[in-house]
Design a protein around this ligand. Structure first.
Ligand code: ATP
Length: 434
C-alpha cells in the first residue's frame, strides 16, 4: 500500500465509521475544517482526558485554565503576533494558486509552470472579526492563533488564587484559529483546530534544566499512548526555524504517510511574553520570592500540542490491513484506553432468545464501559465494523450461552476467542482493558 493510498483509505474509513466528516459537506464542504462524528468525538475526549490527567490532575505543580477565545487586541500587539505571525505568500502568475513561499521551489506544484511566482509578501495568519455592532478598526479583534496568551495574561490571577510558587505551570485545552495559506493533509493542517498547551514558569537560569525535563516528559507521554517508537523522533529547530518568541525549541515528530512532521513543540520562550505584557499593560508581572528577597520575570517553558494532529498520528499509526482467509481485514489497533468503544455485544443470530440475552449483557455493562450492541447483518460483517472502529473486544452470545451462560470474547488484534462465563465478563474485561 502506498502512502497516498494510506491517507485516502484513512479519510474514507474516518467518514464511513463516523470519526471525521468534512465541515458543511451538504454545501460542498468548507476547506480545511473538519467535524468529529460519534466515534471521533470519543477518541478526542479520551486523548484530552489522558493529557489533562497527566498534566493537571496527577500533579500538584500545574493548574488548569479555560480562557476565552476572544481577547483584548492589545494582547496580540504585545505578543508580536500582529507584527510577526506571518507566512510568506506567493502566487503563481499562470494558475493564480497561492502557496507558502517556504513550501515550494521554482515550479508551481499545481500547474507545473516554472519561475512564474509573484515576489513573496507577508501574510498575517490571524483571523480578524469585529466586536459589537460597529465594523470599524477600533472594534477589530482576533480569533486566538494559540491558547498560550490566555495563560500569560492570567499568570498572576492563577498564581495568587491557587497559591502556587515558582516553579509551577498552567495548562489549557482549547480552540485556536490560523488562516493557513496551504491547509491540507486531512486534519493535519486546518484553519480551526484544538491545542493542548502547558506553560511552566521557572526562575531564569533554571530554564535549560526545565526545558530538558519537559522534553523528556512529553516524549515519554506520547510513547505511553502506544504509538510505534520507530515512527517518533525529536527534532531541534534551527536558528532560522525558531519562532519570534523562542530561544530554543524541539518538535516531536511522527512519520506521517506524507513524511516526518511535527505534532507537538517544546519551546523555551524565555521572559519574552511576560515582559512584553508587562510593558504594554503597565501591570507588574514579576514574581516576588520573599524568602530569597528576589524579584524577577519568570522564564517560560511551553509544551504545545495539537489535539487534531495527535488524532491523525493515532489513527495513522493504528491503521492495519491483514490478509485473513483470503480476505483483507482492516482494523484500527488503538490502545484500549483510547478506543471510542471498548466492547461490542452481539447475538450470533437474531433468534432463539439470543438477542434478549445479548441485550441484557450490554445493559449490564452500560454506564461502566463504553459498549455497543449490534444485531444487524452477518456476524462477520459486525466483527469487521468493530475492527474498523478500533473496538478492542467483541462479545458474542451463541447457542452454548443458552446452555451454560458462557460467551465468547474476541480480541481485535490477535483474533483469539476466549470462552468466559457471562457472570465473570465484567471482571474479565476490567482486567483486559487496563
Ligand atoms: P507548523 O510549522 O506545522 O505550521 P507551528 O510550528 O506553527 O506548526 P506551533 O505554533 O508550535 O506550530 O503550534 C503548536 C502545535 O499546534 C503544533 O505542533 C500542532 O500540533 C498544532 N497546530 C499548529 N497549527 C496547526 C494547524 N493549522 N492545524 C492543526 N494543528 C495545528
Amino acid at each position: 500500500m502506498s502512502n497516498a493510498d494510506l491517507m485516502e483509505k484513512l479519510v474514507s474509513l474516518c467518514k464511513r465509521r463516523g470519526f471525521v466528516f468534512q465541515s458543511s459537506e451538504v454545501y460542498g464542504g468548507l476547506g480545511s475544517v473538519w467535524d468529529y462524528g460519534p466515534l471521533g468525538v470519543e477518541l478526542k475526549r479520551n486523548v484530552k482526558e489522558r493529557w489533562w490527567k497527566e498534566m493537571v490532575t496527577s500533579r500538584a505543580d500545574i493548574e488548569g485554565l479555560d480562557a476565552g477565545i476572544l481577547m483584548h487586541p492589545a494582547v496580540w500587539e504585545a505578543s508580536g503576533h500582529v507584527e510577526g505571525f506571518t507566512d510568506p505568500l506567493i502566487e503563481c502568475k499562470n494558475c493564480h494558486r497561492r502557496f507558502r513561499a517556504d513550501e515550494v521551489r521554482d515550479q508551481c506544484p499545481r500547474c507545473g509552470v516554472r519561475d512564474q511566482f509573484t515576489p513573496p509578501r507577508m501574510f498575517n495568519l490571524m483571523f480578524r472579526t469585529f466586536m459589537g455592532p460597529v465594523e470599524d478598526e477600533a472594534a477589530q479583534i482576533y480569533l486566538r492563533p494559540e491558547t498560550a496568551q490566555g495563560i500569560y495574561v492570567n499568570f498572576h490571577n492563577v498564581m495568587t488564587s491557587a497559591r502556587q510558587k515558582i516553579p509551577f505551570g498552567i495548562a489549557q485545552i482549547g480552540k485556536a484559529f490560523r488562516n493557513e495559506i496551504t491547509p491540507g493533509n486531512f486534519i493535519f493542517r486546518t484553519r480551526e483546530f484544538e491545542q493542548m498547551e502547558m506553560q511552566y514558569f521557572v526562575k531564569p537560569g533554571t530554564d535549560k534544566e526545565w526545558f530538558d525535563y519537559w522534553r523528556n516528559e512529553r516524549l515519554e507521554w506520547v510513547k505511553s499512548l502506544g504509538i510505534r517508537p520507530e515512527k517518533l523522533r525529536m527534532q531541534q529547530h534551527t536558528r532560522e526555524e525558531l519562532a519570534h518568541y523562542a530561544y530554543d525549541a524541539y518538535d516531536i515528530q511522527y512519520e506521517f504517510p506524507f513524511g516526518w512532521q511535527e505534532f507537538e513543540g517544546i519551546h523555551n520562550r524565555t521572559d519574552f511574553d511576560l515582559s512584553a505584557h508587562q510593558e504594554r499593560s503597565g501591570k507588574k508581572l514579576e514574581y516576588v520570592d520573599a524568602a530569597a528577597n528576589e524579584r524577577y520575570i519568570p522564564y517560560i517553558i511551553e509544551t504545545s500540542g495539537g489535539v487534531d494532529r495527535l488524532m491523525l498520528v493515532l489513527l495513522a499509526d493504528a491503521y492495519r490491513e491483514e490478509e485473513v482467509e483470503g480476505e483483507t481485514r482492516v482494523l484500527l489497533s488503538l490502545q484500549a484506553g483510547l478506543a471510542p468503544v471498548k466492547v461490542a455485544v452481539f447475538p450470533l443470530v437474531k433468534k432463539d432468545g439470543m438477542p434478549e440475552v445479548a441485550r441484557k449483557i450490554a445493559d449490564d455493562l452500560i454506564g461502566r464501559i463504553p459498549v455497543f450492541y449490534d444485531e444487524s447483518g452477518s456476524i462477520g460483517r459486525r466483527y469487521r465494523r468493530q475492527d474498523e472502529a478500533g473496538t478492542p473486544f467483541c462479545v458474542t452470545v451463541d447457542g452454548q450461552t443458552l446452555e451454560d451462560g458462557s460467551v465468547t470474547v474476541r480480541d481485535r488484534d490477535t483474533l483469539r476467542q476466549d470462552r468466559v462465563s457471562s457472570s465473570k465478563l465484567s471482571e474479565y474485561l476490567a482486567g483486559a482493558l487496563v
